[in-house]
Design a protein around this ligand. Sequence first.
Ligand code: SAM
Length: 284
Amino acid sequence: MVPVTAQRTRSVHDAARARLTEAGVWDVEGDLAALRERFLAVETPAALARFETAVAERCRRIPLGHITGSTEFDGLELVVGSGVFVPRRESTTLVARVAEDTTLPYRGTVLDLCSGVGALGLALSRRRPDAAVTCVERDDTCLQYLRRNVARNEAVLGGVTVLAADLTAPGCLDAYRGRTDLVMANPPYVAPDVRLLPEWSEHQPRAAVYSGADGLDLIRRIAVLAAAALRPGGRLALEHDRAQPEQVRELLHGHAFEEITTCVDTAGEPRITVARRTDQEGTT
Ligand SMILES: C[S@@+](CC[C@H](N)C(=O)[O-])C[C@H]1O[C@@H](n2cnc3c(N)ncnc32)[C@H](O)[C@@H]1O
């Protein structure tokens, strides 16, 4: 292995910082540290070349996780890659909230809808290994990553089942009807006219980000599915856009939910809404 001089490494590193800054990456030092850890564990010419390629990709605003191949989420290392949504750190707020919710009974039944690579479902399972968590996802690439993440984190998880299903298909959650304690979801919810950073608008899968003319198509569907799947008194916890809290609360009111509350995520944005399934039977 041919070593490279410390001076050469420093100069490549300084150039990377300048390029990332110029490209508009918002956490230059954080990204640099992650790229260094992933590609510069050894300082050889080949490693330096891989590091420079990775920096160039990040400058094209390819999500960091797609470049490094993994991301940390709520204490779990999750594998991710091109073609899947990279979990956002801010979504840990939802997991923390439902994990601490005393209404989730011991050995409760939990659905994570639109599971992606499994961030919410697996994080809840780590925090509450007594719960029986089912992760529901439609996309084949996501399902492959999801299954890998379940296997890789098996030692710290409780019972996790993966269900390949399209939530728009009739009867997709019939097996869970009336017997679920908690439904959580971070679905696609962006309206097409919302301007996003290129990481989301260009590089994450469109079906993971956008959902109909107002962004709420899948949330509407989830409200119906959750009202049917939850037992009376069960809880729904949803992530949505910061511009959608009122619309989300309104549509949940129309679908057998009460005690509807919006709370802020770790970035201080009103993106999490939780609600209680009413005690009424057969309202959906
Ligand atoms: C915003 S991503 C969230 C992934 C994960 N929950 C997270 O927080 O990282 C939304 C996910 O919903 C999935 N999805 C979109 N439409 C779906 C549908 N009709 N049925 C099931 N999953 C769907 C996408 O494939 C994508 O993985």
